[in-house]
Write a protein that binds this ligand. Structure first.
Ligand code: IMP
Ligand code: MG
Length: 207
């Protein structure tokens, strides 16, 4: 197989050499789309201060850049953080654990927007959203996700987000917050992982 070609602008730590099969979304494309998502949110929430919830850890870079774009539009907001975990390796476990410092009182009567890195099966959101709805009693709750994975069986999708950055084909991807066993969050772009990346032992880097 030929070595994949990446433009020098796709910078990443050298320990990841050979760990990607192809580039899926460049940082530039991601940033442009985030500006459009911010404009959509601004249209819908102008005159309001929505509570934007970041789902840790994956949504962190997306959250940061979305806030940046909202600031440029002079859209006010409050921020909260939640941690939900459903993945082990490359497959969703179906069991979602919700943790975080979030006080449900802070959501009461507020317009809430949950930001996610990716909706895959939708299992995570199909648990988070009803949980926040029931415990937090917000005035409204919507989801803004950077990515929505197209599944071979659309019926397997458990949740539809209102705001979607990109609808992507069904590959396991890494970068821009998305990890494989906690590696690759530290990339500006989003790549499809290679077999070498999958086989790599994360413990080698955690010295
Ligand atoms: P869902 O519950 O199946 O929708 O999975 C959602 C979560 O799984 C996301 O928030 C990610 O943390 C993780 N995930 C799903 N697909 C990928 C992927 O291709 N790469 C990295 N993480 C993924
Ligand atoms: Mg996630």
């Amino acid at each position: 197989m030929n070595a994949p070609f990446f433009h020098p602008q796709h910078i990443y730590p050298e320990e990841y050499d050979g760990h990607f099969d192809s580039l899926m979304l460049s940082s530039k494309v991601i940033q442009n789309r985030i500006k459009q998502l911010a404009a959509l949110l601004n249209q819908d929430y102008k005159g309001n201060r929505p509570v934007l919830i970041c789902t840790l850890k994956g949504a962190c870079p997306f959250f940061q850049h979305l806030l940046d774009a909202l600031q440029d539009l002079r859209q006010g907001y409050d921020v909260e953080f939640i941690r939900a975990s459903s993945y082990n390796g490359r497959s969703s476990t179906g069991n979602v654990e919700i943790m975080g410092e979030l006080s449900m009182k802070d959501l009461e009567g507020r317009h809430v927007v949950v930001t996610e890195d990716i909706v895959d099966t939708g299992t995570t959101l199909s648990m988070i959203v009803p949980f926040l709805q029931k415990e937090g009693k917000p005035a409204s709750i919507q989801v803004c996700t950077l990515l929505d994975k197209r599944l071979p069986e659309p019926d397997d999708k458990n949740f539809e987000a209102k705001y979607v950055g990109f609808s992507i084909p069904n590959h396991f991807i890494i970068g821009y917050g998305l990890d494989y066993n906690e590696l690759y969050r530290d990339l500006k772009d989003i790549f499809v992982i290679s077999q070498r990346g999958i086989d790599f032992e994360a413990a080698k880097l955690h010295k």
